[in-house]
Design a protein around this ligand. Structure first.
Ligand code: SF4
Length: 185
């Protein structure tokens, strides 16, 4: 099973589930949506540490091109995340086919903040086009457990989804307050 890992905290539960179901798991890091570079490095390092500790192979595509990512998602408007998911899951499916994986899946299915149904649909489409099976499981069932274990293991936990747009959303209230202050100054 090729498991696309978006970050270390979201990997814990899906990895354990797949292991317990008898899959031989190989990780794959491909997340050109993570900005800025210092954040990208932190998340990549945390994922590397996780797989090293678990004693499992991790494949890495360290593509980092902010301009290309923004160009790809900007025109999508409200469907920005769908474009982002498709971009990643296409590469995951292609990698799965390349290494001869029986199936591919993604830790994105663990997040309670992502649209699980849409994600699964995109995963199936891209996998079908690449000629590899997409494994679906609603990993959100383990959200609390995964978060708890990430805290216990002192794994780096990010504060926003990944792209610069989500980083702006994280500071929305702070930005609004700052702008109000400036207006009055
Ligand atoms: S919010 Fe997350 S899923 Fe949506 S475009 Fe940004 S990084 Fe991708």
């Amino acid at each position: 099973m090729l498991l696309h890992s978006c970050c270390a905290p979201c990997t814990i539960y899906p990895f354990d589930r797949l292991q317990s179901e008898g899959f031989a798991v190989t990780g794959f890091f491909y997340n050109p949506n993570i900005h800025p570079f210092c954040e990208f490095e932190k998340r990549l390092q945390a994922v590397c540490d996780f797989y090293r500790t678990a004693g499992h192979e991790l494949l890495i595509d360290a593509a980092y091109d902010v301009s290309a990512f923004i160009e790809a998602v900007y025109g999508s408007g409200a469907r920005r995340c769908e474009t982002c998911w498709r971009m990643r899951l296409r590469t995951v499916a292609q990698m799965g086919r390349e290494i001869g994986a029986d199936a591919v899946t993604t830790t994105l299915l663990f997040s309670i903040y992502q649209d699980n149904d849409t994600l699964a649909g995109i995963g199936r489409e891209e996998s079908r086009d690449a000629g590899v099976e997409f494994y679906y499981e609603d990993f959100r069932a383990g959200w609390r457990e995964g978060q708890r274990r990430a805290r216990e293991l002192s794994i780096y936990r990010q504060k926003y989804c990944g792209c610069i747009f989500s980083e702006e959303e994280r500071y929305k209230k702070k930005i609004a307050a700052l702008m109000e202050t400036k207006r009055r100054a």
